[in-house]
Every structure is written in structure tokens, then in C-alpha cells.
Design a protein around this ligand. Structure first.
Ligand code: SF4
Ligand code: SF4
Length: 441
């Protein structure tokens, strides 16, 4: 085995190890959430995943961004099929090992090149929309330095990867034409052939061309391994989580809150004395905390809400349709999801450092204010708009439930309603005996 193959194998193994380690940590963090069963109606779930995640049906609601995203996504995924060939070549020191596929190989390489150009252009337009046109949803309050840098980094990185791929092919194509050994005649080069002419590669020495080809080859593969390991630190982790996240979507009507059967029975018996009160809850097991309601911290949310948090693409589509945000309130559903993810990361870091969870004196309310929570109208426009079926309202409602049921801190308008329910058994300031009075008028 050559020295290059050994270096390649070591880099590849290190990248896979580090990526696996980070993915396991994210999985562990997600599983810190409460259990919830989201496996009912599997056929519906597969269909939803095919439509929303694979078909990107919600992305194309905004056609320009949607089509560009499909180009970048498809281009990146399909071109990386070629990585399989690079890995085999890297390990065994071969060159274009799949060239035995003949005409089909030519077709593959040719179409990869066209996709590479489209991906390159898509990324360049995305960069311009963010940093030159400065579309407002990419510059709002929660889009602080890191989210903006993250988006810029990944787009620049994809442009560099595609450029390296095309330059590598341009040098390879020229070397094939010169009949340099090792560079077997294989592939079609509709784009890199033009680039080779443009850069005058035919005038370069074979040694220089081999240098260009090798540098681009290494840059391409090391770049892809680096990209893989960047994903767990970035919003681009949605590339991996979008599919399962959509599969585990809430299939019930979006506006339906999670049930609390015992509390419902208590309220019903309070409103109707004919109904017996439910039995009191069982005492907690020794050493276990008493039953509590709603969400104070990430542990109180379901694992699905935590997976939502890691899947967020930070696109801001939810916030751009949120009536509370549009009318100048503090609430941004994107911020709610990003704050949940950041808190979950913080909790994960404590566990990594100390080997187990130790209270750090913080919780979700350290990041999300009551003003934000009470500004939500529960219209679910955000959930509807989200391209990866994230449900920010679930988090908002659980945190409100905690405020009301654990802290006795409802919003002032709810307080008035609670009083009338207690006094009159109705949300209005009239007794039940007057309920049908309207019909007499
Ligand atoms: S449900 Fe709440 S957060 Fe979502 S769009 Fe409506 S008001 Fe905004
Ligand atoms: S919650 Fe959905 S719509 Fe909102 S920013 Fe995240 S991915 Fe985009």
C-alpha cells in the first residue's frame, strides 16, 4: 500500500470516527426528552416523507428559493455518489475505478458536471440573497453572528468543493488527451473541457497538470470529510434529520394540544358536580420528583420537539408568516426553536463534561421570555410554513402550561378568564343559568 493510500485511510477513518461520536451525542441529547409514540399510521408517514422531505413540497411554495434549494440539494447529493469512486481509488491507488462502465460512466460524469455548475450557481445566488440583497428574514434578531456565519460558510464551502471537482476533471481530461499513463480515457467532460480550454491547460507541462489534479482530488475528498464533520455543529444537520423529522410529524390536527386525561377529568368534575372527581395521582417512587406539568427545561419536552430543534434550517419561513411577529411582537417561532436547540446543546455539554447531568441553574426560560410565549395566537401558521414539519407551537404551549400550572403565572387576560370559569363555569362573566338567554332576544 502506498504512503498516499495510508494517509487517505487514516483521514477517512478519523473522519468517520469523529462524525459517529458527534451523531451519538446528538442522539443522546434528543433522547433526553419525554417519550411520545409517533409510529401510528405508517403508510401516511411514508407518503408524507416522500412528499415533504424528498419532494420538498413546502420549499416550492416560494418558487425561486425552492427551485434553487432543490438544485443545490440534488446536485450535492448526486455528485457525492462519485465519492464512492474516490474512496475506492484513495484506498487502492487506482484511478477512475468505475470507468469499466463505459458509456454509462461517461453519462454519469457528464451529468455530474452539469449538476456541479447548477449547484455552484445556486450557492452563489443564495449567498447574494443573504449578504448583498439582505433578505430581512436572514437578518432578524435571532440571526446573530454565528447563524449568519454558518450559512455563509457552508455556501462558500460548497462553491469551493464544486470548483475543485470541475478543476480536477479539467486537468484529468487534458492528461487523458496527452496520453499520460495512469489517466485512463474515461468520462465525458462538457463543462471541465471548456474550463481546460479557458485556462489553457493544454499548454501546461504534464507534471503541473498532475499537481493540479492531485491537489483538487485531495481538496475534494478532504473537503467532503470535513463537511461531514461540520454538519453536527451546523444548522446543515437538517440534511440528515429532515427525513426522520418529517416521518415523525404530528398527524393529529395541528392545533390539538397534548392531552392530560387526569386534569381533564378534574376540570370536568369541577364544572359538573354530578361527575365524581378522579382518584388522586399515585405518590412518586422514592427518590423520584413529584409529577409536574408543562416544560421548564428540555427534559420536559418530548424527544420529537428536541429532534425538531436539531432539524431547524433557520430559514425563517415560520417567522415570516407569524402574525405576532408581523405585528411587531417579540415572538419569533424560529427563535423559539433555535433557543431550544441551544439550551439542549448546553445541557449536552454539561453531561459530556461531568459524565452526568448536574443542574446548572439555567433552563429554557433563561432564553425564552414570558412575553414571547404569551404573544403566540396558536394559529399554527408557523407549523404550516415549515419545510421540515417542525412544530414550534408544541414548545410554546408546553412552556405556557408550565407557567400556568406550576407557577400560577398565566397572562393577565387568561387570569380574568380563569376567574370566570371558576365562578361561573364558563369563559364569560355569566352563570350557566343565563347561557340560553341570547335565544330569547
Ligand atoms: S402559532 Fe404562534 S408562533 Fe406560530 S405563527 Fe401563529 S402566532 Fe406565530
Ligand atoms: S422552524 Fe422550520 S420554518 Fe422555522 S426556521 Fe426552522 S426550519 Fe425554517
Amino acid at each position: 500500500m502506498s504512503a498516499a493510500s495510508v494517509i487517505f485511510l487514516l483521514a477517512f477513518a478519523a473522519a468517520v470516527w469523529w462524525f459517529t461520536r458527534n451523531v451519538r451525542r446528538i442522539r443522546r441529547n434528543i433522547l433526553l426528552g419525554r417519550d411520545i409514540d409517533r409510529t401510528d399510521r405508517p403508510k401516511e408517514r411514508w407518503a408524507l416523507m416522500a412528499k415533504v422531505a424528498l419532494g420538498q413540497s413546502k420549499m416550492v411554495v416560494r418558487p425561486v428559493a425552492g427551485i434553487l434549494h432543490i438544485l443545490v440539494y440534488a446536485g450535492f447529493i448526486i455528485i457525492n455518489i462519485e465519492v464512492l469512486e474516490i474512496i475506492i481509488d484513495g484506498i487502492f491507488g487506482t484511478h477512475r475505478v468505475f470507468s469499466f462502465l463505459g458509456g454509462f460512466y461517461d453519462f454519469l460524469i457528464g451529468s455530474f458536471e452539469v449538476l456541479a455548475v447548477l449547484t455552484w450557481l445556486g450557492c452563489a445566488i443564495f449567498l447574494a440573497r443573504r449578504f448583498i440583497v439582505r433578505i430581512p428574514r436572514f437578518w432578524s434578531r435571532e440571526m446573530t453572528l454565528w447563524p449568519r456565519t454558518d450559512a455563509g460558510l457552508i455556501l462558500t464551502f460548497e462553491i469551493l468543493l464544486m470548483s475543485a471537482f470541475l478543476l480536477m476533471n479539467a486537468a484529468d481530461h487534458t492528461l487523458q488527451g496527452m496520453g499520460v499513463g495512469h489517466y485512463v480515457i474515461a468520462g465525458a467532460f462538457p463543462v471541465s473541457g471548456l474550463l481546460a480550454d479557458w485556462f489553457g491547460f493544454a499548454n501546461l507541462e504534464p507534471a503541473t497538470l498532475i499537481g493540479i489534479e492531485r491537489i483538487c482530488w485531495w481538496f475534494h475528498i478532504i473537503g467532503i470529510l470535513g463537511f461531514l464533520n461540520y454538519l453536527p455543529y451546523s444548522k446543515h444537520f437538517h440534511i440528515l434529520l429532515a427525513f426522520p423529522n418529517v416521518w415523525y410529524s404530528k398527524l393529529k390536527p395541528k392545533t390539538r394540544m397534548s392531552d392530560m386525561p387526569r386534569i381533564t377529568a378534574e376540570v370536568k368534575s369541577m364544572l359538573d358536580p354530578a361527575l365524581p372527581p378522579p382518584p388522586p395521582p399515585a405518590a412518586p417512587a422514592p427518590g423520584m420528583p413529584p409529577e409536574h406539568f408543562g416544560a421548564k427545561d428540555v427534559f420536559d419536552l418530548t424527544w420529537k420537539s428536541l429532534m425538531d430543534a436539531y432539524t431547524c434550517t433557520e430559514c425563517g419561513r415560520c417567522t415570516s408568516v407569524c402574525p405576532a411577529n408581523i405585528t411587531g411582537k417579540l415572538l419569533s417561532p424560529r427563535k423559539i426553536v433555535m433557543d431550544t436547540r441551544d439550551r439542549l446543546q448546553e445541557v449536552g455539554q454539561v453531561i459530556d463534561k461531568k459524565g452526568k447531568w448536574e443542574d446548572d441553574g439555567k433552563d429554557l426560560f433563561s432564553r425564552i421570555s414570558e412575553e414571547e410565549l404569551w404573544a403566540c395566537t396558536t394559529c399554527n401558521a408557523c407549523t404550516q410554513a415549515c419545510p421540515v414539519n417542525i412544530d414550534p407551537v408544541e414548545i410554546i404551549l408546553e412552556m405556557r402550561r408550565y407557567l400556568v400550572m406550576e407557577q400560577s403565572k398565566p397572562s393577565p387576560s387568561l387570569n380574568a378568564m380563569f376567574t370566570t370559569i371558576e365562578n361561573n363555569g364558563a369563559a364569560w362573566a355569566f352563570g350557566p343559568d343565563q347561557r340560553m338567554k341570547w335565544s330569547e332576544e
